[in-house]
Design a binder for this molecule. Structure first.
Ligand SMILES: *[C@@H]1O[C@H](CO)[C@@H](O)[C@H](O)[C@H]1NC(C)=O
Length: 146
């Protein structure tokens, strides 16, 4: 389960990465207009892990998934793909598969563990590290806050 969500994302990437050996019906990257951005995306809760660590507060997902009957096998994303620790490997894969952009979400409760007020600087530092690595790898970043 740990890397299932990211594996799904990368299954899509691998499909695109193998475009030369697949029957694409004539569709290729060049079929798209100049400036078309190929990207992939994740959701903070689905990939970050460290749900109860690093100073992060609970989000509605943390509460929802712990209510019986909502999620098969009572699974949670407490660890998920652990992108918090593996973001470099994930960004390296984006670069390897020639993606232009990575849309990710910024967990509000990682920045504001109590909802408002006090800032969790460890959370800010995590996003800084990841964004800096995306910049280093030349990947466009698109952040949204959840
Ligand atoms: C999920 O949690 C509920 C409530 O604690 C429990 O009754 C049920 O057996 C759990 N299911 C699994 C697959 O662990």
């Amino acid at each position: 389960m740990k890397r299932m969500l990211l594996c799904f994302a990368f299954a899509v990437i691998i499909g695109i990465g193998n475009v030369a050996v697949m029957d694409t019906g004539g569709l290729s990257r060049e079929s798209f207009p100049m400036g078309f951005v190929f990207g992939t995306s994740t959701s903070a809760y689905q990939v970050e892990g460290m749900a109860n660590k690093g100073g992060r507060g609970p989000s509605i997902w943390d509460v929802y998934v712990k209510q019986p009957g909502h999620i098969a096998n009572n699974d949670t994303a407490d660890v998920a793909d652990d992108q918090y620790h593996h973001y470099k490997e994930d960004v390296d894969l984006l670069a390897k598969f020639n993606f232009d952009a990575y849309r990710f979400s910024i967990s509000w409760s990682r920045i504001f563990p109590e909802g408002v007020g006090k800032v969790n600087w460890a959370g800010v530092a995590y996003y800084n590290r990841m964004i800096n690595y995306l910049v280093k790898k030349g990947t466009m970043k698109k952040g949204s806050i959840f």
